[in-house]
Design a protein around this ligand. Structure first.
Ligand code: GLN
Length: 298
């Protein structure tokens, strides 16, 4: 029989925190206990001596054991917050990362038309598309994903949040109906297939299809950069997330394909994390007045 004192919130959280091996053991424990009890994390601080029922303590212990075994908090809760939106998460897709919110910030800063056509390639939970829809309900936003479960999940998330995003099953552009987008965003898989990070942390529990992309991690980015111009409106933007050490390679792909105004931006940890560029069709670049070309050259 567990002694009474060990059933206070603080005692449970303290013990669990010492067992969980992650970057944020205390936070993980608080999120799990909050999930089980329905109590807020703030209440654990305000009332650390509050007692937890035996049934709740046992349910918490099961989650802690799963977390100690490495299972991501998002999978244990079935949920992850992104851009302040509670998103349902399953093992069929990537868990949205805080750094991807930087991609959303950059997208929101672009000078886009009021009713912009936007495409989120490889939408997964729908995180990027839904964050954009929450800020700009008037944009026409499409999300696509090759994985049927991800398509269903993104639709569920859109319904639950009351946001309008059209979600289609498509491996990158393959199944899309002809269209021209003012902005194409993507957080594609970009980890090299032999990268040691794949053996550590949450990624062990996420599908390879959402993470891994060939020997240098750039296979999908190459395809996206190559095909995006066929789907971009005149002067439309392509904005992609990539690995912290891939900026030069990705910017090189953009320039080689003919994108202009190519720039790399940083994530919250000050690492090069995304690259964007603008597409001007050949006609627009070649046809205008002679000195126009210089303005585009970088
Ligand atoms: N940034 C993620 C990680 O390193 C990977 C995301 C991705 O491949 N798109 O955990």
């Amino acid at each position: 029989m567990t002694s009474k004192t060990s059933l206070t919130c603080e005692a449970l959280l303290k013990k669990a925190s010492t067992r969980i091996d992650s970057d944020s053991p205390r936070l993980d424990a608080e999120l799990l206990l909050s999930h089980i009890t329905g109590l807020s994390r703030i209440s654990f601080r305000a009332w650390p001596e509050r007692e937890i029922t035996g049934a709740h303590a046992e349910a918490f212990e099961r989650l802690v054991q799963d977390r100690v075994a490495g299972r991501p908090v998002a999978h244990l809760l079935g949920q992850q917050e992104f851009w302040s939106l509670p998103l349902k998460v399953t093992a069929s897709t990537l868990i949205p990362r805080p750094d991807t919110e930087c991609l959303v910030e950059v997208a929101l800063d672009l000078p886009l038309a009021q009713q912009a056509q936007v495409l989120d390639l490889g939408t997964g939970t729908g995180a990027i598309a839904l964050a954009l829809a929450s800020e700009h309900p008037e944009w026409q936003i499409t999300g696509c994903d090759a994985v049927a479960e991800a398509v269903a999940l993104a639709r569920d998330n859109a319904d639950a949040l009351g946001l309008t995003v059209s979600v289609v099953q498509s491996s990158w552009f393959s199944e899309l109906k002809l269209g021209r987008f003012d902005l194409i965003v993507s957080n594609p898989p970009y980890i090299p297939d032999n990268d040691h990070h794949l053996m550590e942390g949450d990624v062990r529990f996420e599908p390879a299809s959402a993470l891994v992309s060939g020997r240098d991690g750039l296979d999908d980015l190459r395809l996206i950069v190559d095909q995006a111009p066929d789907w971009l409106a005149e002067s439309g933007w392509l904005l992609v997330e990539h690995g912290f050490d891939q900026a030069e390679a990705v910017a090189g792909l953009f320039r080689a394909r003919g994108f202009k105004d190519v720039e790399t931006r940083k994530d919250y940890g000050n690492r090069d994390r995304m690259t964007l560029g603008r597409w001007f069709s050949g006609a627009a670049v070649i046809a205008p007045a002679p000195n126009r070309g210089d303005a585009d050259a970088q």
